[in-house]
Design a protein around this ligand. Structure first.
Ligand code: PNS
Length: 162
């Protein structure tokens, strides 16, 4: 059996930054499971089914990637799947503090290791939250998210409709 990595997140919605990390992780591991958190505290714009469907479409041309959902602790999901490595993207110092603590907590809980990939500078200013805010106020996010994600965002959030 080869090495599998778990790329977890809320993905509300998936951005080009996420796709880049998943693609690069897929080059470093034999397989990648993208784990979409089912019950985040963040009150997502898109329901779980929508977030999973958009991710599946976004990574459909990357070999060796499976999209799945999980609830509860990440480490329990990783253990149930027999996965020992989590891969996360780091955009900068702002991410580092919390990501480090989560990685250390996860390592403490079950021994799962976290590998950080530096975000491609092309995408380092993107977050799902910022993307939603820009679309909500009528801004153009083309080139920052897959085109079908942009369509879904505009359907939901287009300026003046909410
Ligand atoms: O895309 P996000 O919201 O930055 O992803 C955060 C995520 C889903 C990776 C993190 O919140 C998580 O792992 N949640 C599952 C619950 C859990 O294990 N919490 C303890 C973390 S130490």
């Amino acid at each position: 059996m080869g090495r599998t990595a778990l790329c977890p997140g809320t993905f509300d919605p998936v951005t080009n930054g996420h796709v880049d990390i998943i693609q690069r992780a897929s080059r470093c591991f034999d397989a990648v499971v993208v784990g979409v958190l089912a019950n985040p505290s963040k009150d997502p714009l898109f329901g779980l089914e929508d977030r999973v469907a958009m991710l599946k479409e976004a990574v459909s041309d990357i070999a060796g990637v499976e999209v799945a959902s999980f609830s509860g602790l990440l480490v329990e999901y990783a253990k149930a799947r027999g996965i020992g490595v989590v891969v996360k993207g780091l955009r900068g110092e702002g991410d580092f503090d919390f990501e480090l603590k989560m990685a250390q907590m996860n390592q403490h809980l079950t021994g799962v290791e976290t590998f950080f990939l530096p975000t491609n500078p092309q995408w380092s200013f993107i977050s799902s939250s910022l993307i939603k805010e820009v679309v909500r106020f009528g801004g153009d996010v083309s080139g920052l998210v897959p085109p079908f994600v942009q369509d879904r965002l505009e359907e939901r959030l287009a300026f003046g409709r909410e």
